[in-house]
Design a protein around this ligand. Structure first.
Ligand SMILES: [Zn+2]
Length: 251
């Protein structure tokens, strides 16, 4: 029974991931994510439902369009698989509860933000700006966060990263500020601390690695969104344990 629900969450995640691919492709172009139906970017032919089955269709078609044989990015099945796995973990941890749908929505937003930031070095306002009030509403009525914690989280995330942006003189983008404000509104101030610590640590490690391997200068900023999204994911799934472990460590 338990496993059946988790497996269903995985399959649902695969299907949602397919839609997230559309968002990742169209949001930076300011296109509608609903119309028109999916079509091949190579030849423009519309993709039939049986060629649009998450992960499977990619494998069956060998990563190519059925009509023009243009190769399809491996990013599509990866996003579908990642969404499936994250939905599986979320339902395994939070079960069938009122907060779970909110967390699935937040995870979906984080996947879209991370991939778009990686590709275009932008974090779309169309996700983060509505996300801030939505986070406050969900925290008040559906999540264990509560309104007060959400407001402190919003101020800590948005304000903290605004300060970093001022001090670093543009080293931090406006998109990162709005993303952190949104995360604070959904997850509260403790999650902001965890997200900042883990995101910075990962960003520093990858940054140093890229500088060493590719000889990239400090000017080539690594997009920070994917690291913040990963930090938020850790805060969401294992935040309670981390806080308990850390405070136990202190005593
Ligand atoms: Zn094609």
């Amino acid at each position: 029974m338990e496993f059946g629900i988790n497996a269903a969450a995985f399959l649902f995640g695969l299907a949602v991931g397919s839609f997230l691919n559309v968002c990742i492709y169209r949001l930076p172009k300011q296109e509608s994510v609903v119309f028109p139906a999916s079509h091949c970017p190579g030849c423009g032919s519309s993709i039939r439902w049986h060629d649009n089955i998450p992960v499977l269709s990619y494998l069956v078609l060998g990563g190519r369009c059925r009509h023009c044989k243009a190769s399809i990015s491996w990013q599509y099945p990866m996003v579908e698989l990642a969404t499936g796995v994250l939905f599986f973990v979320a339902v395994a941890i939070f079960g069938v509860s009122q907060e779970t749908p909110v967390y699935l929505l937040l995870l979906s937003a984080l996947i879209v933000i991370a991939v778009i930031d990686l590709e275009h070095q932008i974090i779309p306002d169309r996700i983060t700006l509505p996300g801030i009030p939505l986070g406050l509403i969900c925290s008040t009525f559906l999540l264990p966060t509560g309104l007060v914690d959400a407001l402190i989280g919003l101020a800590a995330g948005g304000g903290g990263f605004y300060l970093i942006a001022v001090i670093s003189r543009g080293g931090m983008g406006g998109g990162d500020i709005k993303l952190m404000a949104m995360l604070g509104a959904f997850l509260g101030w403790k999650a902001i601390i965890i997200t900042t610590l883990i995101g910075s640590l990962m960003g520093a490690i990858v940054g140093i690695f890229l500088m060493a391997v590719k000889g990239r200068g400090r000017k080539h900023a690594v997009p920070f969104g994917p690291f913040l999204a990963t930090g938020a994911l850790v805060a969401l799934f294992w935040g309670e344990q981390l806080v308990t472990w850390y405070t136990g460590f202190q005593l």
